[in-house]
Design a protein around this ligand. Structure first.
Ligand code: OGA
Ligand code: MN
Length: 227
């Protein structure tokens, strides 16, 4: 999966954020709504990206999270976290890919697929599973256009985290996404091709002025194939 990543050198620190003010959801759930989990360098940018960036807090239930973990933990536990490759985009991680899932997990993934991808869009067969240690993080990168298509959709298990998007060649334009535990995020089109994405390390994990402690985090990522 390392092949998918092209690390970019970036030392950007965002200034004061603007709140996103898009879709308000009127669910009775305690999860924050989408307008509370996306902030950006300007309201124009948040608006311009619109549906190309989505965060759905509480996309899976605690039971569904447990079902995913039960399926993934045995395989992950056999691997060691990798820390020492200085040139990697990802630090402090172990990973795997999975094609076949039990019925509960398959049901969850089908919900992700039908929401995230255009109907009939050919998907990358194996689902990518990335286990970040508490001390792990993902540096800014853009997924390889050779191997993945227009859309990236990821579930976050075990921990809240912050994903930062920074516009390629225009580092003053950025978005921070609060990926709450059990949320789903989707990056499409421009947000996927013209912005780097990264997962902040624990020490830097501050969303809209609010500290967001990072624990061990597992992401389950679906991608489509390039045209
Ligand atoms: C990746 C990546 C994000 C995540 O593996 O390319 O950006 O949610 N992962 O783990
Ligand atoms: Mn990526």
């Amino acid at each position: 999966m390392k092949l998918l990543l092209v690390a970019l050198k970036q030392t950007h620190r965002p200034g004061a954020p603007f709140r996103c003010c898009s879709t308000l959801r009127s669910s009775g759930s305690p999860s924050p709504s989408q307008d509370e989990v996306i902030v950006g360098s300007s309201p124009e940018l948040v608006r311009a990206l619109g549906s190309q960036v989505e965060v759905r807090p509480g996309f899976i239930t605690e039971e569904e999270e447990a079902a995913l973990l039960q399926e993934l933990e045995p395989g992950l536990k056999k691997k060691r976290y990798e820390f020492d490759h200085w040139d990697d985009a990802i630090h402090g991680y172990r990973e795997t890919e999975r094609v076949r899932w039990g019925p509960v997990c398959e049901g969850i993934l089908n919900r992700v697929r039908s929401l995230a991808f255009p109907q009939g869009s050919p998907l990358l067969g194996p689902v990518h599973v990335l286990d970040l240690d508490k001390a792990g993080y993902i540096k800014p990168h853009i997924d390889s256009v050779k191997f993945c298509g227009s859309t990236i959709a990821g579930l976050s298990l075990l921990s809240d985290s912050i994903m930062r998007l920074v516009k390629d060649n225009s580092p003053k334009e950025w978005l921070d996404l609060l990926l709450t535990r059990r949320s789903l995020y989707i990056l499409r089109d421009q947000a996927r091709y013209n912005f780097s994405h990264e997962i902040l390390k624990d020490e830097e994990s501050v969303f809209n002025g609010q500290r967001v402690p990072r624990q061990r985090r597992i992401s389950v990522i679906c991608r489509n194939l390039p045209d």
